[in-house]
Design a protein around this ligand. Structure first.
Ligand SMILES: NC(=O)c1ccc[n+]([C@@H]2O[C@H](COP(=O)([O-])OP(=O)(O)OC[C@H]3O[C@@H](n4cnc5c(N)ncnc54)[C@H](OP(=O)(O)O)[C@@H]3O)[C@@H](O)[C@H]2O)c1
Length: 243
């Protein structure tokens, strides 16, 4: 069934691929902060809407989400602008979107939130991690500490919300390889990167998976067909979020 969908971070590399997958079936609005990107959004079949996570208010976002079936959050500072900006976009921007969803009177859209694999309390090492995972985790935490910290704060906040339905997709390091429609999904190791096209595919499939509410899904490069891997994960119902 055709749904009304809004993508926050609409001009991101993942979001443009996602809009292209969704727009033949659904009505897609892509939130951007720069009017120069409008044509790129139209080219993938979506309608641009200009709002900034840093400059617009909770109520501006609530207005734009009202009447939508699904909201995606795939925005991020991308490490530009130092820790202050990572905090402002990846953390405070996330909270703004969660608060806006809560502020809607009447039916609230579902949120499909892009996080990242290994976002967790640094003291809680997942039991299935091997030596290579632990080394990778340490390397990443040293390399991009602000991102790991503020995404964790954002995910902790979202995990407690019950006023709207949410699902988190937690990709590993992203690459620009061709999509294969295959991945490794759930309780994964973390050393294999995953293509943005495959991430977009998983996000697009989640649009119809209301039964994924409350689940955080690890998603890295692998060989399982994505629809099959999601099906198995959702049926099992065991979240990858360990707090
Ligand atoms: N990179 C990785 O290896 C990796 C791994 C795991 C998870 N992730 C997550 O995956 C997400 C999507 O990745 P991607 O490659 O598609 O990222 P991307 O290309 O950097 O896209 C991020 C989008 O966020 C937008 N944005 C930044 N500040 C904003 C603001 N104040 N208001 C509204 N939008 C704003 C950017 O808009 P502008 O064009 O205007 O700057 C950009 O379009 C990332 O945000 C990250 O959290 C990334």
């Amino acid at each position: 069934m055709s749904k009304k969908i809004t993508i926050v971070g609409g001009h991101g590399n993942v979001s443009l691929k996602l809009a292209k997958l969704l727009s033949p079936t659904h009505t897609v609005t892509s939130i951007i902060r720069n009017a120069d990107q409008e044509q790129d959004i139209k080219d993938v079949g979506a309608t641009p809407l200009i709002l900034s996570l840093e400059d617009n208010s909770v109520s501006d976002f609530a207005k734009s989400f009202n009447g939508q079936d699904v909201v995606y959050f795939s925005a991020g500072a991308g490490g530009k602008g130092g820790e202050e900006r990572t905090k402002a976009v990846d953390y405070e921007g996330g909270i703004k979107v969660f608060d806006a969803l809560e502020a809607i009177e009447g039916p609230k859209p579902r949120l499909i939130h892009v996080s990242a694999v290994d976002i967790r309390d640094p003291n809680k090492v997942p039991a299935h991690y091997d030596e290579a995972d632990r080394a990778m985790s340490e390397r990443v935490r040293k390399g991009i500490p602000a991102y790991m910290k503020w995404k964790y704060e954002s995910d902790k906040n979202l995990a407690k919300r019950t006023a709207f339905k949410w699902t988190m997709l937690r990709p590993g390091g992203l690459n620009n390889d061709e999509g294969t429609d295959k991945a490794d999904i759930g309780r994964t190791h973390i050393c294999t990167t995953v293509s943005r096209q495959n991430v977009a595919k998983a996000l697009a499939l989640l649009v119809d998976r209301e039964d994924a509410a409350g689940l955080s899904i690890d998603f890295v490069g692998g060989e399982t067909p994505i629809s099959e891997g999601l099906e198995t994960f959702i049926k099992k119902g065991e979240t990858d979020w360990l707090g």
